[in-house]
Write a protein that binds this ligand. Structure first.
Ligand SMILES: *Cc1c(COP(=O)(O)O)cnc(C)c1O
Length: 368
């Protein structure tokens, strides 16, 4: 790995390609792959990641909001883009930039129809979302007739896909629940397809779904975290490669005496002679306060050392007592073998959260 000279999030596009091919290898030859690139491609770099995936022949992109789809279109992305959670206020922009909405409720379907008709759209591609148990977004199983009633007499929209989302695809203990969701999805999607008289693309699986419920891949699957190198499973994680590595450097080293304190509120107290190093990143960069207090490790010259005291806005302090280091040395916050999953778990959270938290203030460096 290359050395950095300031806090840097390195984005390894070769790792992305490896993960893309790994996920494809789990799918039938005909199954399409949708890449979820919401939240700046899980905190990495939305444009370079999406361009790379487009070059690899990804079939679809998904983002959460219209604004994110606009960023992709501005960057020249031509692949279809599904907007998972569009807001009615942005429907004009959505149509102008040829983004494809998830229609997840009677209200949002009616709002979209109104705008599509006003803009004289014909067969504008939309995606119907069913709620099969996550109870977050989606039509109910018995809304099919309602949907049909509102599609009859308009050709402003056309159903390009029907989809749903598993609540616990990574949890073996919830297998019965996941199977029940899949069954419910089969029922609503078949009924809808039959009544409209054509077969839209069906998709239900996220990364853990792809790995645990391969039989429910239908015509497409959606992967986010897997593309970025994590799979909620230690075994599979070892076959994937983390795309993002967060690195920083030591700004200053302090030698402190017993019974001194470090940082705000004197949260750390030394029980002996200690050596403390200060790094130029803090909670404004995405390292939340829950990473302080000595439980979370960073990697310094091959040795794991703890983040101590309170995380500041722009700095953290680490205990480097006994470590061979000097000012300017590189510190790996997470990346490589010191995974974002381990880093996150030490603060009772998950890789998704730490990855997407890395703020736009942190320099991104793209490795082709
Ligand atoms: C974010 C999201 C995904 C991606 O899930 P991963 O676990 O990251 O693969 C898939 N589908 C929907 C609806 C999502 O919101």
């Amino acid at each position: 790995m290359s050395k950095v000279s300031e806090t840097t999030l390195e984005i390894d596009l070769r790792a992305l390609e490896h993960n893309f091919r790994y996920l494809k290898s789990k799918l039938g030859a005909e199954t399409k792959l949708l890449a979820v690139v919401k939240a700046f491609a899980y905190g990495s770099d939305m444009v370079s990641v999406s361009k790379k995936l487009e070059g690899l022949g990804v079939d679809y992109f998904a983002v959460a909001y219209v604004k994110e789809g606009v960023l992709l279109r501005d960057a020249g992305i031509r692949t279809p883009i599904l907007v998972l959670h569009p807001q009615a206020v942005n429907f004009d922009t959505l149509i102008e930039r040829f983004l494809e909405p998830s229609l997840y409720s009677p209200r949002i379907l009616k709002e979209f129809l109104k705008v599509a008709e006003a803009k004289n759209q014909k067969k504008y591609p939309v995606h119907i979302k069913f709620n099969t148990g996550l109870n977050r977004l989606g039509f109910w199983e018995n809304d099919v007739d309602w949907i049909l009633k509102h599609l009859n007499g308009t050709n402003a929209i056309k159903i390009k896909s029907i989809f749903s989302h598993l609540a616990a695809s990574e949890d073996e203990n919830e297998k019965d629940f996941s199977l029940k969701q899949i069954k419910s999805f089969k029922k609503s999607s078949s009924e809808l397809a039959e009544k409209i008289g054509y077969q839209p693309i069906r998709h239900m699986l996220n990364t853990s779904g792809i790995l645990n419920y391969t039989e429910a891949q239908f015509e497409m699957v959606r992967s986010g975290i897997g593309l970025y190198g994590y799979a909620n499973d230690a075994q599979i994680d070892s076959e994937l490669k983390p795309v993002a590595s967060l690195k920083s450097i030591i700004s200053q080293i302090h030698k402190i005496e017993p019974n001194e304190s470090v940082g705000y509120n004197r949260a750390y107290k030394s029980d002996g002679y200690r050596v403390i190093a200060t790094l130029p990143l803090g909670h404004a960069d995405g390292i939340g306060r829950h990473y302080g207090g000595g439980n979370t490790m960073v990697l310094l010259n091959g040795k794991l050392v703890p983040i101590i005291g309170n995380v500041c806005m722009d700095m953290i302090m680490i205990d480097v007592t006994g470590a061979d280091c000097k000012e300017g040395d590189e510190v790996i916050i997470f990346g490589g073998n010191h995974s974002a999953e381990d880093f996150a778990n030490s603060a009772q959270t998950i890789s998704y959260e730490i990855l997407t938290a890395i703020s736009q203030r942190v320099t991104r460096k793209i490795k082709e």
